[in-house]
Design a protein around this ligand. Structure first.
Ligand SMILES: [Zn+2]
Length: 129
C-alpha cells in the first residue's frame, strides 16, 4: 500500500531531475493507485514546507489546449476564452481547471546539494577517501 513516503520519493525524484519542474497529481494517483484527496493532502503538506507551488491550468474542453496557467482559478470561472486551436469560444467552469504542482527553486537547489553529497559519500565508500 502506497503512502506518504512513496509520494515524497516520487516528488524527490522529479526534484532531482534537471528536466522536470512541474507535475500533475494524477500521475501519482495512477502510479500508486491512490485517491486524489490523499495525494493532494500529501502535496499540500509539501506546499507548507515551501517545496512545491500549486498552480492551475485552464484548458479548452475540446482539445485540452492550455489557455492560461494561473495561481487562483476562482476569478476565471464564468469567463470566456477564445481557443485558437479549435477556434471556439469557451466558457470556463471547474471542468476546465487542472491543478499542476511546480517544484520550487529552493527544493531543486536542496536536491542538487543532496545528490552531490550522496555521490560523494558513495565515492568515499568505494575509495575510502
Ligand atoms: Zn480548443
Amino acid at each position: 500500500m502506497a503512502n506518504q513516503i512513496d509520494i515524497l520519493n516520487f516528488v524527490e525524484n522529479l526534484a532531482i531531475s534537471p528536466y522536470v519542474d512541474s507535475f500533475y497529481p494524477y500521475t501519482i494517483c495512477r502510479t500508486y493507485d491512490l485517491p486524489l484527496e490523499d495525494v493532494l493532502d500529501s502535496l499540500n503538506a509539501m506546499i507548507q514546507l515551501g517545496l512545491l507551488d500549486l498552480k492551475y491550468e485552464i484548458r479548452c474542453d475540446n482539445d485540452a489546449n492550455i489557455l492560461e496557467i494561473v495561481d487562483k482559478y476562482s476569478n476565471y470561472l464564468g469567463r470566456k476564452y477564445y481557443c485558437y486551436e479549435c477556434n471556439e469560444e469557451i466558457e470556463i467552469s471547474i471542468e476546465n481547471v487542472c491543478p499542476i504542482f511546480y517544484i520550487t527553486e529552493k527544493y531543486k537547489e536542496n536536491m542538487k546539494k543532496k545528490k552531490y553529497k550522496d555521490s560523494w559519500s558513495r565515492r568515499r565508500a568505494i575509495w575510502g577517501c
